[in-house]
Design a protein around this ligand. Structure first.
Ligand code: FE2
Ligand code: ZN
Length: 371
């Protein structure tokens, strides 16, 4: 380990020498055009040592650490590169960079004006798109209004913000009570709060729904949304043992139809190992596969924990009920916000799409909204 002291603040830092050699930013070690590394791990001696190191400062520039290595290489690092590239800094940047507002029904109702965007304004202004994505990061749900109720205009509105995710449902999908897929969504039945795609190795990051038609003897069909982040915080506070168990036990989910068989197994609550915060809530009672990933002796505890989570999710205070109207798209974070629907009658057609989590985050990152 190399002991460094920050040239300005005097803050000490123990640095692994191999890490420092591996992070040389020179053009020989790093392709500065593509940001990709040039060196393999085995190109460096495993016992590489710094023979000499000292801080240098030229004129108004930032202090730089110059290191002469035992393999004959010479590296130069800025002080901010070294001190900012440490775990402690990463965690503090993450917690500072994203302001999340967790909500129940009364909180979201007070903030509803922050969630509404208009398609003509989005088309005219990149700043509006940025505000939309910032609100989506913060609340996990937004609406795009003034959209003609057709699949084409729904697609145009969504593509203004994100590329669409292609799945076996297609890129844009339309569902009604005519059963095109082996899924309860394609019926008139009541649908309890859930997240989609628990059976995919990478569930859709965002989901969009646009009710483009509800006619005939039209009744019911109200959607409801629940902030999974809020619920998971409640669970952790009220039932810590249940929270811990649901973070740990892998639960398999499955989707089967002609020509398709998707299965994915992971905990219901996935936690970011660095920050300890919720990464993904995978909660779908319908898409659970045969539950063979836990010994029978532990089943009682598992079901009790899941029941505690479901009780919080189904609490009236948590549910935000919204009647989706032709003209408004709802777009929500499928890793965070649960959705459900009341049974309905009449003829109802939904147009929708998914966005990959990685595309959602990439867009938010390039706009400086998240770390
Ligand atoms: Fe769904
Ligand atoms: Zn180098």
């Amino acid at each position: 380990m190399l002991h460094l002291e920050h040239p300005k603040t005097g803050k000490g830092l123990e640095i692994n020498e191999f890490w420092l050699r591996d992070h040389c930013r020179c053009g020989e070690c790093l392709n500065t055009e593509t940001n990709q590394r040039r060196l393999d791990l085995f190109d460096l001696p495993s016992d590489v040592r710094a023979l000499q190191h000292n801080w240098e400062k030229r004129a108004e520039e930032e202090e730089q650490l110059v290191v002469l290595w035992s393999d004959g290489h010479r590296s130069i690092y800025t002080s901010s590169f070294i001190f900012d590239s440490q775990l402690e800094q990463l965690i503090s940047r993450r917690s500072k960079s994203t302001t999340l507002t967790t909500w129940n029904r009364s909180i979201v109702l007070q903030n509803e004006r922050h969630l509404r965007f208009s398609l003509p304004q989005l088309v005219a202004s990149d700043e509006q798109v940025k505000l939309l994505i910032a609100a989506l990061v913060r609340y996990g749900i937004i609406f795009i209004d003034d959209v003609a109720p057709t699949p084409t205009m729904t697609e145009l509105a969504l593509r203004r913000c994100f590329p669409l995710m292609k799945t076996f449902f297609g890129e844009m999908w339309t569902f009604s009570d005519r059963q095109d897929h082996a899924d309860t969504a394609y019926t008139q039945l009541y649908l309890r709060s859930h997240t989609d795609n628990t059976y995919f190795s990478d569930a859709a990051g965002l989901q969009a729904l646009h009710c483009i038609e509800h006619s005939g003897d039209a009744a019911g069909g109200e959607n409801f949304f629940v902030d999974g982040l809020h619920v998971v915080h409640e669970l952790k506070r009220s039932y810590p043992a249940a929270y811990e168990l649901l973070c740990r036990v892998p639960v398999p989910a499955e989707y089967i139809e002609q020509g398709e068989h998707h299965r994915h197994t992971a905990p219901i609550i996935r936690i970011d190992p660095l920050t300890g915060e919720l990464l993904q809530l995978r909660l779908n009672i319908y898409d659970r596969a045969v539950f063979d990933t836990l010994p029978q002796q532990q089943m009682a505890e598992f079901y009790a924990s899941l029941r505690q989570l479901l009780q919080l999710v189904r609490d009236e205070q948590q549910q935000w009920q919204v009647k989706l109207q032709p003209g408004s798209i709802v777009l929500f974070d499928n890793w965070r916000v649960l959705h459900g629907r009341h049974a309905y009658s009449g003829r109802r057609t939904m147009s929708g799409a998914y966005v990959q989590r990685t595309d959602f985050q990439s867009k938010a990152r390039t706009l400086g909204i998240i770390e």
